[in-house]
Write a protein that binds this ligand. Structure first.
Ligand SMILES: Nc1ncnc2c1ncn2[C@@H]1O[C@H](COP(=O)(O)OP(=O)(O)OP(=O)(O)O)[C@@H](O)[C@H]1O
Length: 759
């Protein structure tokens, strides 16, 4: 039997009524133990045009609902099998639209967007096998990049089962040198943005250059006496030698030295009678004056040195980043300089910057491949994308992902920006220009969508759908072929101290029959252990699948930074049989349209709702939400906000962070607490006064009284009396970030550790 990868089989599998080729009939058989259990005809082509007789049919022509019905019926058995943690090949049941992508022969970047469980990973791996089988690439030409080690474990057996061996699969973060430290979120955000590439380039350009040149000039020229001859090169010539042409910095450095020595040698020959002195060039090159000027205008640089200076020298960073990063972003980058270079705590983002710098300095880079397959590509940061592009200068990639599942440091609005980074890279000019300039109009990429979901039961998808719409309103939500049944989604709301126990016992209930169970928990929850299930964080379950999933405290996952909502969507869509939610704090509003209604019987959402003038109130709300959004763009603000959120989680509370008006609302032992956070400059009284006003507006917008209200500052208030005034005049407590901890009157209550009163 011909292999599925052969052109003939692919042609047979992908034929349609409009383009049948030689295919007359495509019949799918479902067999069991050598017996055909059922079959259906996907494609029936009449023998000659105009011939009637047999019904003419093609899957491509079927109404989608009928098609899904058919698929469901036909794939059921395959879909029903228990998941043992390892992905299988899908050769027997692969669908036409999947195979079309597996065997896509177009050059450039092929982007495959598809919702959870639509078979992107499966398609990517089958494509690797198809590319090799058809000799389009060889083993060593290709690299498959996956999100994490667990994912690689999950897919490990697919390629060997397809008869494909020797292709390298690598976990994304392993592409770069091992990190030695972790940056705070604001620094990570800046370092991973595309603007950082400009700052790095400028960091190199700031070194030496024409400013340094003037120190070596006298009367508008670089001149010295050499072996009795007066040698001089005018400033204008030197500046020409310095002009940055294409090529890496060190090539520029070399070019400057060569041109200078050429000019000096020519000057020597003009001035000296010893015209044919063949050794003179070498002697000029070694002359201390020449070495000094070269080292000064084009100093020797290492990537580590440039990055270290940028991250630890505020003035140097300002020169490189003016007009690119605002003051807050520059402040977010700065850190203390370690005594020795070897002690610098390079983070993952730093390692990627270092790779970019090495490329700028030396032109060299990481190993190159002729084709990359990148899974979960929506989570790449712009700096990671540039780095991957350097690994694949041919611009031939298979990019798999789902924008709605984004949870990385960067959110791509659509696939074009990322694809163009891959499609347009041809080495050097990436560093020379801004991305948008380089790649506008490049047509080296194609976007295709997979729209049928094979993993997640329909009921679970319906449950997750409102969240998907919020996360990526423009991407198509998949239609699930898998029927779930009434038990597919179970939501258990329990007392705070019963959450962990309930999750564990539910996992035990679900396990058995060889079915896999995962308990997915928010960051920082370490107390849950289970013999019956794998316990993992939301970011660890990306790309994986289990028969049953027990998801703990979705609100806590949703509020994780960065991209908590995306993480939650990923976690919700890992199961093939059932999803159980175990929670105490209210579900995120994206998941539960009744959240607001539920809150109505609680103190915050009662008084006055009916008596408001609705249109005026809406206008007020819109205005408030807009200014809150603006505030949240400030890194300092967000860093303070999430430090507090994390402290509240540590106190086993469930802060709500996704209100469009309130920075944080949290039920604690002292009652309902409302927090208004201040960003940069927020420690001065005028800003604090504004925050008091805002807090009152937020309280009004949220519909009622809070038991405790806090204004939260990034550091100690400038005016020592501010806290007293707030407490006495407004009944509001002031707390602030104090190095690594928190201060202020009533801090125990603010952090959810005490039940006393401050007001
Ligand atoms: N044609 C098919 N026939 C049978 N099973 C399929 C088919 N296509 C995909 N599947 C199965 O559906 C499940 C999901 O596939 P896969 O992991 O490739 O989806 P994905 O789009 O990468 O998902 P996610 O984005 O959620 O990680 C796998 O178990 C896979 O084997």
């Amino acid at each position: 039997m011909a292999s599925w990868q052969t052109p003939r089989v692919v042609q047979w599998m992908t034929a349609t009524l409009n383009e049948p080729g030689e295919v007359r009939l495509r019949r799918r058989l479902a067999c069991q133990g050598g017996i055909v259990r059922k079959y259906y005809d996907e494609l029936v082509v009449p023998r000659s045009s105009g011939e009637d007789g047999q019904a003419v049919a093609s899957v491509a022509d079927e109404p989608p609902a009928r098609r899904i019905e058919r698929l469901r019926d036909f794939l059921l058995e395959d879909l029903e099998r228990a998941r043992d943690g390892r992905m299988r090949d899908i050769v027997e049941t692969i669908q036409r639209e999947q195979l079309m992508l597996v065997a896509d022969r177009r050059n450039g970047v092929l982007v495959i967007q598809g919702g959870p469980g639509t078979g992107k990973t499966a398609v990517g791996l089958h494509r690797v096998s198809w590319l090799l089988y058809n000799n389009i690439f060889r083993r060593g030409d290709m690299l498959v990049v996956g999100p994490h080690r667990g994912f690689l474990e999950h897919v490990r057996e697919v390629l060997p089962r397809l008869g494909t061996h020797g292709v390298t699969l690598v976990e994304r973060d392993r592409l770069w040198d091992e990190p030695r430290g972790v940056d705070p979120l604001p620094a990570r955000l800046v370092k991973s943005s595309a603007r950082m590439a400009t700052v790095l380039r400028r960091g190199i350009e700031q070194q030496g250059g024409t400013r340094a040149l003037t120190r070596h000039l006298k009367d508008g020229a670089f001149a010295f006496v050499f072996e009795g001859a007066f040698l001089s090169v005018p400033q204008a010539d030197l500046e020409k030698f310095l002009a940055w042409e294409s090529g890496a910095y060190n090539a520029q450095r070399l070019a400057f030295g060569t041109r200078l020595v050429d000019a000096l040698t020519a000057a020597y020959h003009d001035a000296s009678s010893r015209r044919h002195d063949s050794g003179v060039r070498k002697r000029i090159e070694r002359h201390p004056q020449v070495k000094r000027i070269v080292n000064s205008v084009r100093p020797r640089l290492s990537a580590e040195q440039v990055l270290r200076d940028l991250l630890t020298d505020a003035e140097f960073l300002r020169r490189a980043a003016t007009g690119v990063l605002d003051d807050g972003e520059q402040a977010a980058l700065l850190r203390e300089r370690r005594e020795r270079m070897t002690e610098e705590p390079w983070s993952l983002e730093d390692q990627i910057c270092l790779e970019e710098l090495r490329h700028l300095l030396n032109g060299d880079g990481p190993p190159r491949y002729r084709h990359l397959v990148v899974d979960e590509a929506q989570d790449l940061t712009p700096m990671q994308a540039r780095s991957l592009a350097r690994r694949c200068p041919s611009g031939s990639l298979t990019v798999l992902g789902d924008l709605a599942q984004s949870s990385g440091l960067h959110r791509w609005n659509d696939w074009s920006e990322l694809s163009q980074v891959f499609a347009g890279v041809d080495g050097w000019h990436l560093e020379q220009l801004e991305l948008s300039q380089v790649f506008a109009g490049v047509d080296g990429w194609h976007l295709e969508q997979l729209t049928i979901g094979y993993r997640v039961p329909r009921e679970v998808m319906d449950f997750a759908a409102p969240l998907a719409r919020v996360l990526a309103p423009n991407t198509r939500f998949p239609e699930s072929v898998r029927p779930g049944g009434e038990e597919a989604v179970t939501v258990l709301r329990v007392a705070a101290d019963e959450v962990d126990g309930t999750a564990v016992s539910r996992a035990a209930e679900l396990s058995g029959d060889g079915r896999s169970v995962a308990v997915i928990v928010p960051d920082g929850v370490t107390g849950i252990g289970s013999d019956d299930a794998r316990v993992l964080r939301a970011d660890e379950c990306r790309g994986l699948e289990f028969d049953h999933v027990v998801l703990v405290e979705p609100a806590a996952i949703a509020s994780q930074e960065p991209g908590g909502l995306g993480e939650l969507y990923v976690a919700l869509t890992r199961c093939t049989q059932s999803l159980t939610i175990v929670h105490h704090s209210p579900l995120p509003r994206e998941l539960d349209p009744t959240t607001e209604a539920t809150l109505e019987d609680e103190p915050m959402t009662t008084a006055g709702a009916e008596s408001r003038d609705e249109s005026g109130f809406q206008a007020f709300l819109d205005d408030l939400e807009r200014s809150v959004r603006e505030e949240r763009e400030c890194h300092v603000h967000e860093s303070v906000r999430y430090s507090l959120v994390s402290a509240l989680f540590a106190a086993r509370l469930a802060p709500v962070t996704d209100s469009p008006t309130a920075d944080i609302v949290c039920e604690g032992p002292a009652g309902r607490m409302l927090y208004e956070v201040l960003g940069e400059g927020g420690h001065a009284y005028p800003a604090i006064r504004q925050a008091v006003l805002r807090l009152m507006e937020v309280q009004y917008a949220e519909g009622g009284q809070a038991d405790h209200r806090f204004v939260v500052l990034p550091r100690e208030p400038e005016q020592p009396w501010a806290a007293d005034v707030l407490r006495d005049a407004f009944g509001i407590a002031l707390i602030w970030r104090d190095g690594g901890s928190w201060s202020g009157e009533g801090i125990g209550i603010a952090l959810g550790r005490e039940a006393g009163g401050v007001e």
